[in-house]
Design a protein around this ligand. Structure first.
Ligand SMILES: *Cc1c(COP(=O)(O)O)cnc(C)c1O
Length: 232
């Protein structure tokens, strides 16, 4: 078996263990293989082994990869998105995880209406309060959500966060608990009235703990594809 498929198997086994520990079902979590900087051939190999959800951070990379890969891949935009790039991906991605401002939500809404689309989005919350990260804050989420929730052409499906890089995933448990609490609060306040919501949380360093705390999507790159080389 290739190293790539070996890695995939390990990640899937870890996911199963976390699900079991948390008493959750396997259909409750979707693994997104984060393929940024990695070639289409690697994506195809994972696709041939059952993976359908892939995450990318850069618009240009997405627009290069999408036409050369199978049409039923669900592409997840997980990187910071500039409003002037929305038009290149809006009809090609399954979900945009990284909606971090009202301004971006409004711009996606406008473009979606123009094209008669409904776009699934998640709101990115910087629960750890890191200066280097984009996102709404735990404090302004409610206010911003109220302004976004009735915009046409967007379907807010939940929340997303990126926790800090850590050696011990337990250190990030608090942030996953916090993201879940925010989602439950939105529901309790009657702001979010759909039955299900998705929490997109957990990366290579902490996906096991994120699953225990209710992640619906985990975004795993390095553990599957190996380290990224940005200088190629
Ligand atoms: C790159 C990236 C990931 C994957 O990170 P790994 O540590 O390689 O698993 C997940 N989410 C976001 C938003 C990313 O930018």
């Amino acid at each position: 078996m290739s190293e790539l498929l070996d890695n995939l198997k390990d990640v899937q086994n870890n996911i199963d263990k976390s699900l079991e520990k948390a008493g959750r079902k396997s259909e409750d979590v979707t693994l997104i293989a984060v393929s940024k900087t990695k070639p289409a051939e690697m994506i195809k190999e994972l696709y041939d082994n059952g993976i359908r959800d892939f995450g990318e951070n850069y618009v240009q990379e997405l627009t290069e990869k999408i036409p050369v890969l199978p049409e039923d891949i669900r592409w997840h935009m997980i990187g910071h998105l500039q409003t002037n790039k929305i038009k290149y991906i809006i009809d090609k991605v399954y979900m945009i995880h990284s909606v971090d401002t009202l301004h971006l939500a409004e711009a996606i809404s406008k473009e979606a209406v123009k094209r008669n689309l409904t776009v699934k989005i998640l709101l990115e919350v910087n629960v750890a309060g890191e200066d280097t990260k984009f996102g709404l804050t735990s404090e302004n989420l409610f206010e911003e959500y109220e302004k976004m929730k009735d915009l046409p052409g967007i379907d807010i499906c939940g929340l997303m966060t990126s926790a800090p890089y850590v050696e011990n995933p337990e250190e990030n448990r608090q942030y996953f608990v916090e993201l879940r609490r925010l989602m439950v609060d939105l529901k309790d306040k009657g702001l979010y009235n759909k039955n299900d919501f998705f929490l997109s949380m957990g990366m290579t360093c902490d996906y096991t703990v994120a699953i225990e705390e209710g992640a619906g999507y985990v975004r795993v790159g390095t553990a599957i594809f190996g380290a990224r080389n940005y200088n190629k």
